[in-house]
Design a binder for this molecule. Sequence first.
Ligand code: GLU
Length: 505
Amino acid sequence: MGEKVRVRFAPSPTGPLHIGGVRTALYNYLFAKRHGGDFILRIEDTDQNRFVEGAEKYIVESLKWCGIMPAESPESGGKYGPYRQSERKEMYRQYADQLIKSGNAYYAFDTPEALEALRKKMEEEKAPNTSYCASNRLTMDNSLVFGIEEAEKRVAAGENFVIRFKMPDNNQVEADDLIRGRVTVNTALLDDKVLFKSDGMPTYHLANVVDDHTMDISHVIRGEEWLPSLPLHVMLYKAFGWEMPQFAHLPLLLKPDGKGKLSKRDGDKMGFPVFPVEWHNPDGEVYSGYRESGYLPQAFINMIALLGWNPGTEQEIFSREELSELFSIDRVNKAGARFDPEKAKWFNHQYIMSQGLDDVTEAFMIELQKHNISVLREFAAKVCDLTRERVNFVHEIWQQSAFFFVAPAGYDQEVIKKRWKENTPELLRGVIENVMQKTRFDAFLLKPALEDYCNNNQIGMGPIMIGLRLCMVGAASGPDLFAIMEMLGKEEVIQRIETGLQKIK
Ligand code: GLU
């Protein structure tokens, strides 16, 4: 690749970013990393009717949580700024004017009623293209009919106007997509899209193309839903006489059953988050997020990376660095990628197991605070180490380990019925006296000491083990009993046995 790679993620702040958007951002980021290029965040906020309070902040926070950090952005600035389209407002008009001058665009003054009437008429006539286009534009209220001078007078008099692109009739537009190959469309099927409105704002199409050009964007990597806009964008580049970036349209993200596009509402309906972090809608509705649901950002990113891309090997676990080295557009699929919430949990489990124990402990310490527990970090780390293989999420560690912090409030009656024998109390008293009082509380010493005691007195270990476990945990579950006892310490262990002996009947 000759020129410098510069890619952008260009969300509109019309709501929270869903995982499809995160994937677009991630692929852009990885592509930039792989080619030593720049990844840019540009906020496309020209459509003020669709503006949603808090959405931009949400997007920035989500990218931060994912570790997808832009080199240039509204927050950090950069030499191609501003990076918010509303702040670039002044520059778009001149580009629209340039297209009018070169005959590629025109002023139009049609009222909403006139546009509605046109649509109806075209539909009644069963026209192949029912929109404002080459076949009907000369019947409408625009400068192609009465000339630029007249139009400029009406604009100066304060009339509402738009500037439309003059789509050539019956031309083949060809564009190369890095994922889909050559895309060919006949312009007869396209309409004269609005590029600029009298509120002084460009539309998405004009602003997007002008910004990609003026920001020296080399590759446009975006969702498949923008593929229908590609012919117009190609025509705009041609009309301006600008070199085009390369395009890559990413496959759709599909619902878990593969039927249809994964939508913003699906997640909470189907019981999994579709947003990276929790979103509070201005109407008060709250949508769950991966962060709040206990996912580690690395696991989340790893899972997202494989939705539509694969490295061509069986490997599934990748660090961010590995992804940056391996990612390539050639290995992005054309077909939609089915989202699998169970796989997401699996990824999280893998990361909980493989992550430095420190990160898991860090997250667990926060969890402990929620339960008003304060312990030494070292103790929490040991608990994490003993229980993490049983959980998919850090918060589940608490469910697996509460007994390390608080004595059991009750005992599993089923287990008592089946396995607490008449002589269990006597056996446990014997263990306190002959093993616990005499042995250092270390798992490696306790185990052989208990085994010896049982052997020498011809007592079965089974009833003692289950009795002790019930007293420590309240149930027949939990990690290695000797490890539990070592961590609880002699005093607490004996105390729990005494309590058990009183309460278990
Ligand atoms: N503003 C568009 C969006 O919200 C950007 C599409 C593009 O990347 O060109 O997705």
